[in-house]
Each structure stands twice: as C-alpha cells, then as structure tokens.
Design a protein around this ligand. Sequence first.
Ligand SMILES: CCCCC[C@H]1O[C@@H](O)C[C@@H]1SC[C@H](NC(=O)CC[C@H](N)C(=O)O)C(=O)NCC(=O)O
Length: 221
Amino acid sequence: AAKPKLWYFRGRGRMESIRWLLAAAGVEFEEEVLETREQYEKSQKDGRLLFGQVPLVEIDGMELTQTRAILSSLATKYNLHGKDPKETVRIDMYAEGTLDLMMMVALAAFKPPEEKEESLALVVKKAKTQHFPVFEKILKDHGEDFLVGNKFSWADIQLLEAILMVEELDASVLSDFPLLKEFKTRISNIPTIKKFLQPGSQRKPPPDSHYVEVVRNVLQF
Ligand SMILES: CCCCC[C@H]1O[C@@H](O)C[C@@H]1SC[C@H](NC(=O)CC[C@H](N)C(=O)O)C(=O)NCC(=O)O
C-alpha cells in the first residue's frame, strides 16, 4: 500500500503528534511541505481541504483533515487505542490533556516576544501544577508501565511528546515527578520511538521565526 502522505508546514504545529504516532507505530510516511500561498490556494481550489485547513493526511485513498479525528483514526488503525470503549475513552482523555499543553506551546510562537515568554512560562506552570501531577498519580495508582491497561497506546506517545516539549522550556520540569522520569526513559527506549528521537528523523524542531513567517505568509494572518 502507498505510504501515508502528510501535508503541512516544515514545523511541528498541529501535525507533530501525527508524525509521532505514525513513527511510533513503525509506519513510514511521506511529507509534502506547504510553504507558499499558491500551494495553499491550489489545495483550496482542488477541494482537498475540507474546511480549508491543514493538517492534511492522505491515507488509504482518503484525504483526512481535522487533527484529532486523524489521530484517533490512526490510533485505532495501528492498534494504539484501547481494547474496549472504557480504555479508549481514557486514552482519548489523556491524549486531549497533552494536546491542550502542546497547542499552547505551538500558538505561543505567534505571539510578540514578551507575550510569548509569558505564555511559555504559563505552559511550564500548568504542566507542573495541573497536568504532570495528574499523570504522575495515574502511573502510581495504575502501577503498570503504560498509562492505560498494560499495553503501549497513543496516550503514552502523546505524554512522551509533551514531556519532551515542556523540557525544552524547562529542563528541570520533571524534578518532582519520579514516575514520569521513569516513564520518559521507558517509552523513549521503545525501538520505533528511539529511532524517531535520533537526529535525521522526520521529527521537527521547535518553531522559529522563519517558520512563523512562512505560516503567516501562507495563511495570510
Ligand atoms: C507552531 C505553529 C502551530 C500554530 C500554527 C497552526 O495553528 C494555527 O493557528 C495555524 C497553524 S495550523 C493551520 C490552520 N489549521 C487549523 O487551524 C486546523 C484546526 C483544526 N481544528 C485541526 O485540528 O486540524 C489552518 O489551516 N488555518 C487556515 C484557516 O483556518 O483558514
């Protein structure tokens, strides 16, 4: 079968969690880089973007948009969702919690310097006081290697991505969370993730001013 094709800017944004999920599932994917207004307008004219938005993922002959719908569908397709509806809703809840944090980081890139600093400081504060204590308690109460059931799932991938993203802002953010530290090591050593964390993988760097400029230019906002 053809490899999934991802259509997005050369940056993390809303696509990075999709890259993580596919990589963790050991699924090779191609990327079409969106960098000009013309490309974007053509995709609009061609009716490829349901609501005129990216991320776009071409897979199994479908053109999928809406990040959460894509993530949920891929998690199911690659057996990274729960074994039953009760596990699946837990996985969705945990994943959504990490997306709340990561979207704050993504959008902060578009703010003026002082506001951006303030937003990123708030992300670290929320991670330390709101999100990470929850995940630490889940790991403690659950007593397994993974967040849900005793199987690796989409929720574990999202949490690792979020931990690494917040550590980029404050390297000591896990100092009060010993179980999250162990979790980070354990999940980072899963072979497919270990490979994705190596230089040269399709993982994208933190947003920089060039990336912000391209997004603003393409989307004209
Ligand atoms: C670091 C960069 C991440 C932030 C930038 C992204 O967040 C958005 O602010 C812009 C981009 S993503 C690009 C943006 N996509 C979305 O907003 C998708 C939202 C949708 N609900 C989803 O979850 O996929 C876009 O195509 N907008 C065109 C426009 O709505 O007419």
